[in-house]
Each structure stands twice: as structure tokens, then as C-alpha cells.
Write a protein of this length. Structure first.
Length: 90
């Protein structure tokens, strides 16, 4: 219903504006912008569980502390740590 309302409102605005009467387009012709899906709590927990299974309790605790301090995502912290690990052992 919200899409229908937006389309009708958009068409009304185009018709009211000067020179807009001939440019009325149906709403279906405009491609919809991709909407970034928000992650649900269940998805976050399952992702976190995957991280937790590969780490010891101490490593997991350090990861949580780093996450709180840096305000980064788990993936970014682990990526940075992996890059640092590779640089140290080459």
C-alpha cells in the first residue's frame, strides 16, 4: 500500500508542476534501489557463534574487548589481526 501511495503522490506532484503534465510516468517503470537488509538478532547470534567456535575462551574475550574499544565489526577486527599475523610470520 505504501508503494501505491508513493507512486500516486509522485504522479500528482509531476502533474501539478509546470510542464510536468506530459511527463507523468507510471511508478513501475522506475527501478527500485536495492535496499540493504538489516541483520536480525538471530543472524547476528549465528555469525557470532561461528566466530566463537574457532577461538579459545581467552581469544574470544580479547576479541570482545577489542570490539568494544574500537567500535569495529568482528570481521574487520579478525581481518586486521590476520593481516598482522601474516606480516609477522613472512
Amino acid at each position: 500500500m505504501a508503494k501505491d501511495f508513493r507512486a500516486a503522490f509522485s504522479n500528482m506532484n509531476q502533474a501539478v508542476r509546470p510542464g510536468g503534465a506530459g511527463n507523468v510516468q507510471p511508478a513501475a517503470s522506475q527501478p527500485a534501489a536495492p535496499v540493504e537488509k538489516k541483520m536480525t538478532a538471530i543472524e547476528r547470534r549465528s555469525k557470532l557463534h561461528g566466530v566463537q567456535t574457532y577461538l579459545t575462551d581467552e581469544e574470544y574475550e580479547m576479541l570482545m574487548i577489542a570490539k568494544i574499544r574500537t567500535k569495529k565489526k568482528f570481521e574487520e577486527i579478525l581481518h586486521d589481526s590476520l593481516i598482522e599475523y601474516i606480516k609477522n610470520y613472512q
